[in-house]
Design a protein around this ligand. Structure first.
Ligand SMILES: Cc1cc2nc3c(=O)[nH]c(=O)nc-3n(C[C@H](O)[C@H](O)[C@H](O)COP(=O)(O)OP(=O)(O)OC[C@H]3O[C@@H](n4cnc5c(N)ncnc54)[C@H](O)[C@@H]3O)c2cc1C
Ligand SMILES: NC(=O)c1ccc[n+]([C@@H]2O[C@H](COP(=O)([O-])OP(=O)(O)OC[C@H]3O[C@@H](n4cnc5c(N)ncnc54)[C@H](OP(=O)(O)O)[C@@H]3O)[C@@H](O)[C@H]2O)c1
Length: 485
């Protein structure tokens, strides 16, 4: 099956014929007639959910390759001080696997995903320390050829084939040093938030933190009490707000759950479900704020500005940290502890750009040299979407090549057309609410696809005229179950 997109040029047909021999001897929808091989790349939260669903389907051979030693993705790798989920953990768990006690630090979230993977027996299907290095579509076989390298064994890369390849490699998994002149010359300790060095001791150190994204917003309040001085280099400000989804009245405060709340969460499933629904209802209600000229945007922006003004006492610091653009142009980040930390006497917020890094510190574009013992790069990830390994699709075209000029483009964010055909290009963020997205992808729109059959007889699935029900002794009056009495 391909996206309807070949401008009248037919790709070569897959070989057919071999499967004809057993034509007509099986009941309809007999999956045993075409067992499939599926490869999942990555065992983070997405890979785990995918594997759980795949295991429900019979006649699949499922393989998951994970470069890390365990499951969890972000939550296994991220260990900077303060790393935690910044929404309520009750809204950061699978709908089908509740964890009613509070958890939020990265380690605990990691443990949650490990426990889910164990509960659903996923470990047998995951090969760890195994990095996918390329995936190439074979048009004739209608299969992917996937190269996998072991990170622990000195062995040649192995090749696997898959009828279906699912990339769950994460869009925030490919960290990189920022491109700043002289970064390599720095003689102090240099660390990136995405690959934290747990041996680093910040006590009494002068620390430069580059970046003002969610990682910086969590790391700064965690190191401020320990370090002698913290200089935070903020290239662009961002809206920093109270945490959404914590407590029952979370838009204005962040109250801890009481003992009785916790008791109710763990002993009354219906109560817990209602509680989760309230959190997510609140999160889902806010989408109209993202519309540039809406009243909701104007009101929400005013609310956010006032929130920040209330939290930041100095007008000078307010000017440095309150964005001048609409709410939602950049990720809204919960982080009142950050706003508190940057007002402490040992913290400076520096809005001057960085010219270069010297052996002993940072030189700003205003030629000011600010010394540092440690530089923390909270500068994020490569988010090109074109994947860190080579993906070669139809006609030998690589994803990197296809997306070189115009950036990432995908059909509903789920499949990639082999040629430019789509209109209304959207990059990264879905142009609707989360609910809109879920409804949009709920059922496949087969009319958007051009289907090519692997078998020469597209009606082969109809089989020998019998239903599965008739061959396995099932209820043959199932259609009366909905009968009104
Ligand atoms: C510091 C941080 C905090 C975050 N906090 C939140 C939050 O509070 N709320 C929220 O909703 N989201 C948060 N996110 C986003 C978070 O990344 C996602 O919620 C979630 O982890 C995405 O899951 P994933 O499985 O798609 O990707 P990941 O968690 O990134 O997992 C991808 C997996 O694929 C593996 N992989 C990648 N490439 C290969 C390859 N070539 N071969 C083999 N394996 C490969 C990786 O090793 C990894 O295990 C945060 C992200 C970061 C970085
Ligand atoms: N708990 C959480 O929920 C949580 C925590 C951490 C991360 N995350 C997720 O991870 C994503 C990435 O977060 P992140 O904070 O790691 O990265 P980020 O949001 O991409 O922020 C990177 C920061 O580094 C700055 N920067 C990058 N290169 C620079 C340079 N050369 N000079 C000066 N400044 C530079 C950026 O400035 P500009 O803005 O000017 O480019 C930005 O402020 C987030 O969007 C979020 O989805 C979530």
């Amino acid at each position: 099956m391909t996206i309807n997109n070949n401008f009248g040029r037919e790709p070569p047909s897959p070989k057919t014929g071999a499967l004809d021999a057993d034509y007509g001897h099986h009941p309809i929808h007999d999956r045993a007639q075409r067992p499939l091989q599926v490869i999942v790349i990555g065992a983070g939260p997405s890979g785990i959910a995918m594997l759980i669903e795949l295991l429900k389907i019979p006649f699949l051979t499922i393989r998951c390759f994970e470069k890390n030693p365990d499951v969890g993705g972000t939550w296994l790798e991220t260990r900077y001080p303060g790393a935690a989920c910044d929404v309520a953990s009750h809204a950061y768990q699978y709908s089908f696997c509740s964890k009613t006690d509070c958890f939020a630090p990265a380690e605990e979230i990691g443990d949650y995903f490990t426990s889910v993977a164990k509960k659903y027996g996923l470990y047998n299907h995951i090969t760890f320390h195994s990095r996918v290095t390329s995936a190439e579509w074979d048009e004739l076989k209608a299969q992917w050829k996937v190269m996998v390298e072991s990170d622990t064994r000195e062995a040649a890369p192995e090749t696997f084939v898959a009828d279906v390849l699912i990339n769950a490699g994460g869009i925030l998994n490919d960290w990189a040093w920022p491109e700043i002149d002289g970064l390599q010359d720095f003689k102090g300790h240099r660390v990136h938030t995405a690959t934290w060095d747990s041996t680093i001791d910040l006590k009494d150190k002068t620390v430069a933190v580059i970046g003002s994204g969610a990682s910086s917003i969590q790391v700064v309040p965690s190191i401020q009490p320990v370090a002698k001085k913290v200089d935070v280099y903020v290239r662009s400000p961002t809206y920093i707000l109270p945490t959404v989804g914590f407590g029952f009245e979370s838009s204005t405060f962040n109250e801890s759950y009481s003992e009785s709340d916790m008791q109710n969460f763990s002993t009354k499933p219906a109560y817990y479900k209602q509680f989760r629904k309230r959190i997510e209802q609140q999160m889902n209600e806010n989408f109209s704020n993202s519309s540039k000229t809406s009243t909701e945007q104007i009101e929400a922006r005013l609310w956010a500005e006032n929130m920040m003004k209330k939290a930041i006492l100095s007008p000078e610091l307010q000017k440095k940290l309150i964005p001048s653009w609409e709410l939602g142009c950049r990720r809204l980040t919960p982080g009142l502890p950050y706003l508190n930390a940057v007002q402490q006497p040992n913290v400076n917020v520096i809005r001057d750009g960085i010219k270069r890094i010297l052996e002993g510190g940072i030189e700003t574009v205003n030629d000011q040299v600010i010394e540092a013992d440690v530089i923390i790069c909270a500068t994020g990830f490569i988010t090109s979407f074109s994947s860190r390994f080579n993906i070669v699709g139809r006609y030998g075209r690589t994803l990197k090549e296809m997306w070189k000029d115009r950036g990432a483009e995908a059909y509903l964010g789920t499949a990639i057309a082999d040629r430019d055909r789509l209109t209304g290009r959207v990059t990264a963020v879905w142009p609707g609410s989360s609910i809109h997205f879920m409804e949009m992808v709920e059922t496949p729109r087969w009319e958007d696809f051009e289907i090519q059959y692997v078998h020469s007889n597209p009606f082969r699935f109809m089989g020998n005229g019998f239903s599965q029900r008739e061959t396995n002794g099932a209820d043959l009056t199932y259609y009366l179950d909905q009968m009104r009495e």
